[in-house]
Design a protein around this ligand. Structure first.
Ligand SMILES: Nc1nc2c(c(=O)[nH]1)N[C@H]1C(S)=C(S)[C@@H](COP(=O)(O)OP(=O)(O)OC[C@H]3O[C@@H](n4cnc5c(=O)[nH]c(N)nc54)[C@H](O)[C@@H]3O)O[C@H]1N2
Ligand SMILES: Nc1nc2c(c(=O)[nH]1)N[C@H]1C(S)=C(S)[C@@H](COP(=O)(O)OP(=O)(O)OC[C@H]3O[C@@H](n4cnc5c(=O)[nH]c(N)nc54)[C@H](O)[C@@H]3O)O[C@H]1N2
Ligand SMILES: [Mo]
Length: 768
């Protein structure tokens, strides 16, 4: 039997600090995963579920977007994948009785851990204007009310439609069609806060906003640079691929302010070596960089490579540079002109150390750079990633085996959602194809991204807010502003699997539509339907859940969206044309539409049949074809930037603990970092604790300081414990979402607009 949900919020007075661990996974990870699974699902359902994760006839793991290996183990799961599955397949339920018992005001007082632990949503619920409790509503009434609100808008731009990255290709495609059929491109998504900087940098430099490597390339790379990523927690299956690369002789360099356990040693629970013999050493070199110092690191590498080339030759791939690239001379002149002092200052590393790292790059026959949020959530993330591309281009490391760029995506289908049209700035070719397929004219004006949507809500310009998945209130920056903005909205609609803060911080009227997740059986039109997803490396495959859903009449996201299209477009002369109700019973027909709109999806349905996977076309990877404006891969000369930390302040990065999935808090530990039974901690260098006049273990408030148009703005997060940690001087770390209150709405990355979640200037204040 599953156990009951917790009755209390996290009690921070129980916090225990231990030693950080030196390796990742191993047997404790499997034990921990099983414990959480049994608590949520009981033993039988745990066994049924865990054996089907990422199997060819099973469901895609809702954990992360790391691809599956070709040869799969019987239990192809990792600890955190198992936790993601347990959270979704839980037997705990949140139904009408729960909402009758707890007022919204009461629910709002609970933390994200408590809310998420209550269980799966089972019934459509409505909160009336001024109401104290959600009450049940029928599916027809709920969908009818939403359709009326959408039809009644004076201007379609008064509605905002958020997506999180678990939504399937089929549902996402219908969703963007609903939105564009209404006449707006207001489609902000979690990607705006995540890998948007990667897309911005890669589109401009190599002509595609995605990575250019496959899992085989990872296995075959000579050198892997893993920068700004904590795979032991966030992409544990990547450790198996790194292990294989090591066995094939690869060198691994980890670039991170924190010595993350998963970067050093991997005890693979699927092999005797991992279980019995200490496991595999991963990183050969740990580069402990300052927050935001990566652009300087890659510029230093480029500078050194060009110097050696000038002196001795043999470094650059001239054939590749001449045939496929533009802008080399400007880049070379730019890095040559950079003095070493600012490069040292930005990285916290000496010239000698930087040249040593560059030498490893010089000697590599094929190099892949992998990265995640440590590189994308800074003000200068886009130029940083352009400088990553520069270094790879020098040695022709794009479009050949064992080489390329590898942005490691977060949500399991965030890349697929973008491919099928969840984007506030859609390309003309996509819209033109959509127009042809559905006999309408899609809007051309760009819509709001996440930060712009929050501004519009704050300014009272949004009348309807709808979210398919995610937790907008807890995931976005500047929590106070977002909460207030949301309360200005007329109708908020959340299509969700689990209870979260976005249900209890709401508009004047609010609707919750519960929905099926990946693990649930999805029977429509008399057949078990399958959905499809795209992983971080552009491979598309099917996913089919088999567990009994938490309620018999739950609608899938596809069913909800096809019914909404039907209701909204019924008597609308300019609307897209399709047999909406038929799509609900035949997801293959949606794939038919996608196959005619988006290049690379030809024969979509046939190709995913029988659990097969296919790769979407990727110009740079497949044939060194670069669809940039000039048809070349572009070197870029980027002025050096790095954070400047004012006197007496520290720079705070906001990151994930081991026991959370974004805003979903699975448990209270961050095992690898030695933090137990609490989350309100600041990891900070011992010297800084002393220099700032504090003692280890003391409680402080975090006050962020942002130089806004009207002077310094302050934002406060209360009661955090100072934990001495191995992090560079004046670089601190604390968990999100607790610290989102500190991230100023206007503090965003240039070009991509991503909130700077890894660089918040804060002052520590003694608790009065
Ligand atoms: N279990 C689990 N899995 C997940 C998620 C989860 O929450 N839980 N979230 C999913 C999602 S949506 C995403 S986007 C990914 C996130 O995956 P990650 O990017 O690994 O997640 P973060 O916890 O934000 O960790 C950022 C890492 O970058 C480092 N870092 C921070 N700033 C810098 C910097 O300036 N330079 C360098 N070189 N390093 C820096 C931090 O020390 C940390 O190791 O994981 C996905 N998978
Ligand atoms: N300070 C700070 N802020 C950050 C980040 C950071 O590093 N620091 N990271 C950013 C990143 S990388 C991301 S991706 C965002 C994440 O932002 P979101 O994607 O908005 O947040 P999640 O916590 O992943 O969303 C969890 C909720 O999704 C719902 N859900 C889960 N599965 C399904 C499903 O299959 N269907 C539907 N309809 N609903 C489902 C559940 O109700 C659950 O409560 O946060 C961003 N915010
Ligand atoms: Mo993400």
């Amino acid at each position: 039997m599953a156990t009951k949900p917790p009755t209390e919020d996290i009690d921070e007075s129980e916090l225990r600090i231990g030693e950080p661990e030196k390796y990742a996974v191993g047997v404790p990870a499997v034990m921990h995963a099983l414990k959480i699974s049994f608590e949520q699902m009981g033993v039988l359902r745990s066994a049924q579920t865990l054996l089907r994760v990422n199997q060819k006839s099973g469901f895609d793991c809702p954990g992360c977007a790391w691809p599956e290996e070709d040869r799969r183990h019987a239990a192809e799961f990792c600890e955190n994948g198992a936790k993601a599955v347990a959270e979704e397949a839980t037997l705990r339920k949140v139904g009408p009785a729960f909402f009758a018992h707890h007022s919204v005001a009461e629910l709002r007082e609970h933390d994200d851990y408590w809310l998420g632990q209550q269980g799966r949503l089972t019934t459509p619920m409505l909160l009336e204007e001024g109401g104290t409790h959600y009450r049940p509503i029928t599916w027809d009434a709920a969908l009818g009310e939403i359709a009326t609100a959408l039809r009644d808008l004076d201007d379609p731009d008064e509605a905002v439609f958020y997506t999180s990255g678990r939504t399937s290709n089929e549902a996402a495609f219908l969703y963007q069609l609903l939105v564009r059929g209404l006449g707006t491109n207001n489609l902000p998504d979690c990607s705006n806060m995540c890998h948007e900087s990667s897309g911005s940098a890669l589109n401009q430099t190599i002509g595609i906003g995605k990575g250019t490597v496959s899992i085989t390339d990872i296995h075959e790379a000579d050198l892997l640079i893993v920068a700004g990523q904590n795979p032991g927690t966030n992409h544990p299956r990547m450790l198996s691929a790194l292990e294989k690369a090591k066995e094939n002789g690869a060198t691994i360099i980890a670039v991170n302010p924190l010595p993350e356990a998963g970067l050093f040693q991997f005890k693979n629970p699927q092999t005797p070596k991992g279980v019995l013999l200490g496991g595999t050493k991963l990183a050969d070199d740990f580069v402990q960089i300052r927050l935001g110092g990566d652009q300087a690191l890659f510029q230093a590498i480029g500078k050194h490579l060009l110097e050696v080339e000038a002196r001795a030759g043999g470094v650059l791939d001239h054939e590749f540079i001449d045939a496929h690239t533009a802008g080399f001379a400007e880049y070379a002149a730019h890095v040559a002109s950079l003095p070493w002092e600012p490069l040292e200052e930005a990285t916290g590393l000496t010239e000698e150390r930087l040249r040593g790292i560059a030498e490893i790059v010089r000697e590599s026959k094929s190099t892949i750079v992998c990265w995640a949020m440590g590189l994308t959530q800074h003000k200068h993330s886009v130029p940083t990633l352009r400088d990553v591309v520069n270094v790879l281009l020098l040695q022709g490391n794009i479009g050949r085996p064992g080489a390329g760029v590898c942005p490691v995506r977060g949500h399991s289908n965030v890349q697929g959602d973008r491919t099928v049209g969840i984007y506030e700035k859609p390309a003309e070719a996509f819209l033109a194809a959509l127009d042809r397929e559905f006999a309408f004219t899609a809007p051309r004006k760009h819509g709001y991204d996440t930060v712009e949507a929050i501004r519009a809500m704050r300014d009272g310009k949004v009348r309807v807010f709808m979210a398919v998945g995610g937790n907008f209130i807890s995931a976005t920056p500047d929590t106070r502003v977002v909460e207030e903005g949301m309360s200005n909205v007329g109708l908020t609609v959340q299509v969700s699997t689990k209870l979260n803060r976005s249900h209890v911080v709401h508009g004047r009227r609010a609707i919750i539509l519960p929905t099926l997740g990946r693990t649930d059986r999805d029977r429509r039109g008399g057949v078990d339907q399958r959905v499809t997803v795209e992983d971080s490396m552009g491979a598309v495959h099917g996913s089919r859940g088999r567990l009994a859903p938490p309620a018999d009449d739950l609608l899938s996201e596809v069913a909800i969206l096809s019914r909404l299209c039907d209701l909204v477009f019924a008597e609308r002369p300019q609307a897209p044309r399709a047999d909406w109700r038929a799509l609900e019973g035949d997801y293959g027909a949606i794939r038919g539409h996608i196959s005619r709109v988006i290049p690379g999806f030809e024969d979509y349905d046939e190709r995913i049949d029988k659990g097969r996977t296919f790769f979407l076309p990727n110009g740079p990877r497949d044939e060194r074809r670069f669809t940039t404006a000039n048809g070349k891969a572009n070197f870029t000369a980027n002025p050096l930037e790095y954070p400047v930390i004012p006197e007496g302040r520290v720079l705070l990065q906001t990151l994930r603990s081991h026991d959370q999935y974004n805003t979903t808090i699975y448990g209270k530990d961050d095992r690898y970092r030695g933090i137990h039974d609490g989350r309100r901690v600041v990891l900070i260098n011992t010297e800084d604790i002393r220099a700032l006049g504090f003692t280890a273990g003391e409680m402080v408030d975090l006050v962020s300081e942002w130089n806004g148009p009207g002077g310094i703005e302050e934002r406060r997060a209360e009661e955090f414990r100072l934990v001495p940690y191995d992090t560079p001087r004046r670089n601190a770390a604390a968990y999100y979402p607790e610290t989102n209150v500190l991230v100023p709405l206007d503090s965003t990355a240039d070009v991509s607009g991503t909130p700077t979640s890894k660089a918040v200037v804060v002052r520590l204040e003694k608790r009065a």
